[in-house]
Write a protein that binds this ligand. Structure first.
Ligand code: GLN
Length: 229
């Protein structure tokens, strides 16, 4: 129908640090997307239930109407725009190559020939890696932590994935073990996604615009990324 329900279901990724992740101590989801969605819902005056799932499942769930909306650091692409609607971009990112700290032969994308690249299934990184010429193998995992593990234990030569997550990993769990090499591979922007034609899209987009104007967005950005947008 064309009416927005009083309580909506919002899909998110099970883990895309620091946008959404489970805080093991509290059992609650946290992150930039989680804070942003809370602020948007308050602005619109709508209740919601958060439904974390594999990233791969979000677009199909929007298409079948099992989700009213999805926020998951989802890159706005022409291909996805054919099946879902997006808000305006709310975060600019790109893709980085991650290798082990002692890696000497991989300095950029041109050095990936004959190499095994691990990444996350259903993502723009998987598409990007799949189009590269001469890779030995692209190995997709449901969760990026599995790809990072594959790299650290030597089963993969590199990981390609979203820049904010790669940079966060280098500073936290991957500290001293991994490093990013080369330039940002592909400029991307994240948007919030909806079923095609959803009446909720304009309301959320407008609320997002207001939060960008009134300083709320900037406050959340600084909280999660340690710098101004
Ligand atoms: N930004 C990437 C994409 O949309 C990955 C997002 C994610 O893993 N949550 O494909």
């Amino acid at each position: 129908g064309s009416e927005v329900p009083e309580k909506i279901t919002i899909g998110t990724d099970t883990s895309f640090v620091p946008f959404e992740f489970l805080n093991q101590d509290t059992g609650e989801y946290e992150g930039f997307d989680i804070d942003l969605v809370k602020a948007i819902a308050e602005k619109i005056g709508i209740e919601y239930e958060l439904k974390p799932m594999d990233f791969n499942g979000l677009i199909p769930a929007l298409q079948t109407g099992n989700l009213d909306m999805a926020i998951a650091g989802m890159t706005i692409t022409d291909e996805r725009k054919k099946v879902v609607d997006f808000t305006r971009p709310y975060y600019d990112a790109g893709l980085y190559i991650l290798v082990r700290s002692d890696e000497k032969s991989i300095k950029g994308v041109e050095d990936l020939k004959g190499k095994v690249v691990a990444t996350k299934q259903g993502t723009t990184s998987f598409n990007y890696a799949s189009k590269l010429d001469g890779l030995k193998e692209v190995r997709p995992f449901p969760n990026i932590d599995q790809a990072y593990m594959e790299l650290e234990k030597g089963s993969a030569d590199a990981v390609i994935y979203d820049s904010p997550n790669v940079l966060y990993y280098i500073k936290t769990k991957g500290k001293g073990k991994v490093k990013a090499v080369g330039d940002l591979l592909q400029a991307e922007s994240y948007g919030i996604a909806f079923p095609k034609g959803s009446p909720l899209r304009d309301k959320v987009d407008e609320a997002l615009g207001e939060l960008m104007e009134d300083g709320t967005y900037e406050k959340l950005y600084v909280k999660w990324f340690g710098q101004k947008p």
